[in-house]
Design a protein around this ligand. Structure first.
Ligand code: ADP
Ligand code: MG
Length: 706
């Protein structure tokens, strides 16, 4: 060992670890230093306060604890290796056979035969006789010094082979804490929170919090220790996010849209065919505030499918145009860009705003005038796909970028847009994926968030029902009736990558069965799936959008944004295989016109608990935020769209779902602190500043433009 042990010491130097185990620890659990090991916390505890009598120990999945003596052992040679049997007897004279099939040599060497001992394990029954296989055996002496709540650590098979299964890890932690304590006394690890903050919430110092969690005296001690660690984790995260955002709004200048001008006013007075909803008005006001006084807007607009985000985008674009700036609206697919373009042209009518469309399929000859118009400023509004990112696209004065459906764009692409102007353009990201408040606070803590929480008036709720395969003929009858009334129908099949081959077959079988039930010439079907060329997909989408075909059979490629108001039925096949947010997005494809719309969730009769909950939720509510809450509960935050890669959710101790209240508390505390001391310059905030810097250094991606 080169120098005294500390949290920074590589784990290989801890007694009993060495280079080989260190390598496995790093690869399997990311544990590289002694400090990492200290933060590998138990994920549950076994209650070892109770003892069972052998006569009452019944077979089952629950682990039990017995106290007594191992009277004898017997190694039985087998074809391969050997089996070890031991006879255990408790104070009442009842016996329980213990058996081992693996690691027999090691067990023989270490079993405390003849000494009072404690045995912990599961009882099983084999041909009417009970036994305990691979129990944990400890002398009473050792058991007394262990904690009543026995910690259980996550491990891997390979680590288990190195003796670092749960108990081995627990012993390593115990050894480590013991050594550190011997060297440094009760504050054996450097404190990371100021005393002031500890006092504020009655929390223990870091050393004692870690001891409480690794070797709790009782449940309360464990809770208190964990509370402190969670609070710290949230506090540093929130300090970082709030500080980042404060700095951005203070230091990053944005284009100034000082006035509401002619185009906006004329459009508002003459062209909007409906009254804006209260929520739309509020969001437009928020954007106006952001953009008028030279600060830089970085705003996320959340609004359920059909809530009218496009209108907000157009109004914002007109603010830019009125102030001499150009605006660019990016859509994730060609067909969406085309739809926006056509929609904008229609809505703007004869207003002198020049709108251009730029996608991958715009021909070279048509490109030239568009590029020239963008460069000299005669084109005011550009709508497009990724094609707008190309270096050839140069703006005269870009003031606003709207990104529709944020999760399809990566960080790098956004940065390229950002670079297209001298003063970075205002950014408005629109998403129909509702993100629960706590999550957006964490993941998008550096963004302002606007919410359209109100649908335009007069929308009829979509009737959603769950049907099983046995009821399929009834569903087909219903489709027939709807088509007879002039409506159009989506039938969607799952496409999950691991089973793409099978899914494809399902889709084709389904398509065939549909063509049999809905034969031409009376019925016309379209099919769209991932194996088709983009052009062919577009042709089919267009045929459906134009009403040439009545039934669209598809995989989830239609998930994003197309608008076919005449479609009134959404049939989702194998609905149990879709996630909630996907189901919600798919359902949002209908209910856009005046007719009553329907969503039919098809599934097997047999459903797992979670699948049942998903389908029930869909039938019960249409509120995207409510659905997102259930989704978050079922899946945990790691899976939510767009959050996986952000890394913000790599929390070690805290849990975004279970610890929401704590997160909000930490956020309030962080805000209060930064209000008094924005750069954490005060000597009393030295520890906080150090903690934030550590976190910042560990996540290089912080200043992302979301
Ligand atoms: P999304 O938020 O899903 O992008 P859209 O912007 O496509 O929703 O709007 C859905 C439909 O609602 C469009 O046909 C749009 O014209 C219409 N719409 C938007 N705002 C209103 C409103 N305030 N009143 C009535 N209809 C509206
Ligand atoms: Mg939209």
């Amino acid at each position: 060992m080169p120098e005294p042990l500390s949290a920074a010491t590589p784990i290989e130097f801890l007694k009993g670890i060495g280079p080989k185990r260190a390598e496995a620890l790093a690869e399997d659990l990311g544990i590289r230093t002694c400090g990492d090991l200290l933060f590998h916390l138990p994920f549950r505890y076994e209650d070892r306060t109770k003892f069972h009598r052998v006569s009452e120990a019944v077979a089952g999945p629950v682990q039990l604890q017995l106290q007594g003596v191992i009277r004898s052992i017997n190694e039985v040679k087998q074809k391969r290796g050997s089996r070890l049997e031991a006879e255990f007897v408790d104070a009442h004279g009842d016996t329980m056979p213990l058996v081992w099939f693996k690691g027999v040599k090691w067990v023989v060497r270490n079993l405390p035969v003849g000494k009072p001992c404690v045995v912990w394990g599961r009882v099983s029954e084999f041909k009417g006789a009970r036994n305990m296989a691979h129990p944990e055996v400890m002398t009473v002496q050792d058991a007394k010094s262990a904690s009543a709540l026995h910690p259980v650590y996550g491990s891997t098979e390979r680590l288990g082979r190195f003796g670092l299964h749960s108990n081995g890890l627990g012993q390593a932690v115990k050894r480590l804490i013991g050594q550190l304590r011997d060297a440094c006394g009760p504050s054996w690890i450097e404190e990371t929170l100021p005393g002031e903050i500890l006092k504020l919430r009655g929390m223990p110092g870091l050393a004692s919090a870690l001891e409480h969690v690794h070797r709790p005296a009782d449940v309360n001690a464990e809770r208190l220790g964990r509370f402190r660690l969670k609070f710290e984790e949230f506090l540093f995260l929130q300090l970082l996010l709030v500080q980042h955002r404060n700095r951005q709004t203070v230091h990053q200048p944005g284009p100034i849209f000082s006035k509401v001008g002619e185009m906006f006013n004329r459009f508002y007075a003459e062209r909007i065919p409906f009254e804006l909803t209260g929520a739309q008005k509020r969001v437009v006001r928020e954007i106006r505030e952001d953009t008028r006084n030279g600060q830089h807007m970085n705003r996320l607009l959340q609004g359920d499918v059909g809530s009218g985000k496009t209108m907000v985008a157009l109004l914002t674009a007109l603010m830019a145009v009125d102030n001499g700036y150009q605006a660019c609206i990016m859509a994730p697919t060609e067909i969406l860009a085309q739809q926006h373009h056509a929609g904008f042209l229609e809505m703007l009518g004869d207003l002198p705003v020049k709108v251009a469309l730029l996608t991958g399929s715009v021909k070279k000859a048509d490109r030239k005038p568009i590029l020239a118009g963008l460069a000299d400023g005669t084109v005011h509004l550009l709508i497009g796909t990724h094609a707008v990112l190309e270096p050839a696209v140069v703006f005269h004065q870009l003031g606003l970028v709207v990104i529709d459906e944020q999760h399809r764009f990566g960080v790098a692409q956004r940065a390229r847009l950002w670079a297209k102007a001298t003063i970075p353009p205002h950014i408005l990201v629109m998403t129909a994926t509702p993100i629960p408040r706590t999550l957006s606070m964490t993941v998008y803590g550096d963004l302002d968030v606007s919410v359209i929480d109100e649908l335009p008036p007069g929308r009829k709720p979509i009737r959603t029902v769950h049907r099983t395969d046995a009821q399929r003929l009834g569903v087909f009858g219903f489709i027939r009736d709807q088509v007879a009334e002039g409506r159009q129908v989506y039938v969607v099949y799952p496409l999950i990558e691991e089973s793409a081959q099978l899914d494809y077959k399902d889709l084709m079988d389904g398509y065939e069965s549909l063509t049999r039930h809905f034969p031409p010439p009376e019925y016309r079907l379209s099919i769209v799936h991932g194996r088709m060329k983009a052009e062919d997909k577009d042709v089919e989408m267009r045929r459906f959008a134009d009403g040439v075909t009545q039934i669209m059979v598809a995989t989830t490629v239609i998930e994003v944004g197309v608008n076919v108001p005449n479609a009134s039925v959404m049939v989702i096949e194998s609905a149990e295989r879709f996630g909630l947010s996907q189901l919600h997005q798919l359902r949002g494809r209908v209910g856009r016109g005046a007719a009553q719309s329907f969503c039919i969730l098809m599934s097997d009769k047999e459903l797992g608990k979670e699948a049942r909950r998903r389908l029930e939720t869909m039938c019960r509510t249409q509120d995207g935020f409510e659905i997102a809450e259930v989704d978050l509960e079922l899946r945990g935050p790691g899976d939510l769209m767009g959050t996986k890669q952000s890394g913000v959710l790599d929390l070690k101790v805290a849990d975004l779902v279970k610890d929401r209240a704590l997160l909000e508390d930490a956020r309030d505390v962080a805000r209060r602190i930064l209000k008094q001391d924005p750069e954490l310059d005060r000597p009393s905030h030295g520890l906080l500043r150090a903690g934030v810097e550590r976190l910042r250094a560990s996540r290089p991606d912080w200043s992302r433009i979301s």
